[in-house]
Write a protein that binds this ligand. Structure first.
Ligand SMILES: Cc1ncc(COP(=O)(O)O)c(C=O)c1O
Length: 406
């Protein structure tokens, strides 16, 4: 028997959900490709991708097929038993990256929590229990557990929850000299997003990333890359580290890994993984067959020349449309990011209008995001149709015009 459907509206949110979000005033009920419909049947073009998650659009037929097939086969076993989809997905992630070992979780925060614990555990086992310093960056975002908000560089997310994990140092992003000033032989890891997402869509420079690699090697520290937002094709390569000519020690991935189904992974080398043993870390749901089957299909589709090589052409279309808007309204100081992680930075005189633009865009029928306080962020499906980009940007331009005229 299906669950009884009681009537719910956006107002219900305010009555029943913990008030940690301020969702838009409409309630999406259906999605197909890069189009979404709300309770009233209004249609939106989705440039927000569920915050860089629905990389193949909504209800991609291959993902739906896998969901149905695996849903009728086996959902969950726990890690007391292994399962075929997890073993296949891990094998394919290893074949596609620098890594030799995979740990599965359910969210980006969980993959990062595992990565930070592994970095400390490795240092403790291989070097010294005092080698626990983690170097991270201002404006970084790594998730919402206490360890991940503490490594993240945004006090608004980490303050007010009591004592934080100790020995975490934050320095400015893209500033190698600042890292040199704090790194020492007690450092176990540098944790960095190759492209800061929530922090304002800010790519690391090649010299910075290569410099971090060299500093880690010098001090026997691990280079941990948070690719939760930048990974799975978003940058035009499967993982953004591939742009930098470096090899990380640990990467984390989530978001687009499951195309909308919750799943995450931490990838590392055999040598680092070898310090772990049964019972040292774990999770009940991590690597469950349903999530892994869907992620396997997502990976099979994303990790193809057709999808990856289409990212740059789509970016170009976005950038040209944003430049045309800028030409008309003198709105942006910079359009930055990589691939389909695009940030349009508002000029100082418009910096306070990011949220207004987001709401006006929704009213015009296009879903966009903000990042930091003054950046409009676009993280659409990697396979969004060019006609959807064209129509969505026309709607976005109308929204901008209305906000500036108000
Ligand atoms: C770079 C990065 N790391 C970690 C996270 C946290 O992922 P989750 O919300 O799935 O825990 C996010 C989410 O936005 C992110 O962008």
């Amino acid at each position: 028997m299906a669950a009884e459907k009681i009537a719910v509206t956006r107002q219900t949110f305010d009555n029943v959900i913990l008030p940690v979000y301020a969702p838009a005033q409409f309630v999406p009920v259906k999605g197909k490709g890069s189009r979404v419909w709300d309770q009233q049947g209004k249609e939106y073009i989705d440039f927000s991708g569920g915050i860089a998650v629905t990389a193949l659009g909504h209800c991609h037929p291959a993902l739906v097929e896998t969901l149905k097939q695996q849903g009728e086969t086996l959902w969950h076993t726990s890690n007391v038993f292994t399962n075929e989809p997890a073993l296949r997905l891990a094998s394919k992630l290893i074949a596609a990256t620098f890594a030799d070992r995979v740990f599965f979780g359910n969210s980006g925060a969980e993959a990062n929590e595992a990565a930070f614990k592994l970095a400390r555990y490795y240092a403790c086992k291989k070097h010294s229990p005092f080698k626990s310093k983690i170097i991270a960056f201002h404006n970084a975002f790594h998730g919402r557990t206490l360890f991940t908000v503490s490594v993240g560089g945004q006090p608004k997310y980490s303050d007010g929850f009591g004592p934080k994990p100790a020995d975490i140092v934050h320095v400015p992003f893209n500033d190698l000299e600042a890292v040199k000033a704090v790194i020492d032989d007690h450092t176990c890891a540098i944790v960095v997003e190759p492209i800061q997402g929530e922090g304002g869509v800010m790519p690391a420079s090649p010299a910075f990333m290569q410099g971090l690699r060299a500093l880690c090697d010098e001090h026997n520290a691990l280079l941990v890359l948070d690719e939760v937002q930048s990974g799975m094709g978003r940058s035009g390569k499967l993982f953004a580290y591939e742009h930098y000519g470096i090899q990380p020690d640990i990467i984390t991935t989530a978001k687009a890994l499951g195309g909308g189904f919750p799943v995450s992974a931490m990838l590392t080398t055999h040598e680092i993984a070898a310090v772990m043993a049964p019972g040292v870390h774990g999770t009940t749901y991590g690597g469950n067959p349903l999530a892994c089957a869907i992620a396997e299909t997502a990976l099979d589709i994303i990790n193809t020349p057709e999808v990856l090589s289409g990212v740059d052409a789509r970016r170009q279309q976005f950038v040209e449309a944003l430049q045309a808007i800028d030409h008309k309204f003198d709105l942006f100081s910079e359009i930055r990011g990589k691939g389909l992680l695009i940030g349009a930075v508002l000029k100082p005189q418009h910096a306070s209008k990011a949220r207004d633009i987001l709401h006006a865009a929704a009213a015009e029928g296009v879903m966009v995001l903000t990042a930091a306080t003054d950046v409009i962020r676009f993280v659409p499906s990697l396979v969004i149709e060019p006609t959807d980009i064209e129509e969505g940007m026309a709607r976005f331009a109308r929204a901008v015009e209305k906000v500036l005229a108000a």
